[in-house]
Ligand binder design. Sequence first.
Ligand code: HEC
Length: 134
Amino acid sequence: MQKTLMLITTALVLMAGVLAAQSDADYQGWMKGIAASNGAMGKAIEAKDGTLAAAEAQKLVGFFKQVQAYWQAKGAADAVGFAQKAGAGADAVAKSASAGNFDQAAADAKGIGPNCGGCHMAHRERTDAGFKIK
Ligand code: HEC
């Protein structure tokens, strides 16, 4: 009986490890997507391409929704707040860029950055192998 319990416990611990690794890989994918879209969005605003800027901003909104849900599940209220504000900033860019209001879009885009930095300071750890979630 004890042996069975120990086997079950070991199996559960292993499974949890695999699940955590999987979601961390997803997370890294979102961050890579966020960095790419954020850069493309900035360039599109500079080039006054409202359609492209809005499309990239919409991608950011989608990514940040996933990031927000991830931190909600972890119960980290500060990270949820950063993700939510970053998403709201991207949503604002989508609206102003679609309307061809590029000064406003640039101002809205500037508002996103502090949330990237704030969350990274609190929840990103640099290791020899790259970044880690903390
Ligand atoms: C709610 C928290 C949060 C927000 C908001 C956030 N990040 Fe991150 N980011 C993280 C964490 C945690 C990591 C480390 C995890 C990892 O890289 O696997 C990370 C990693 C990254 C990485 C490294 C990815 C890699 O190759 O490992 C980049 C690039 C990045 N973020 C860009 C951004 C940009 C740009 C923004 C804003 C437009 C942003 N992030 C907003 C939490 C956040």
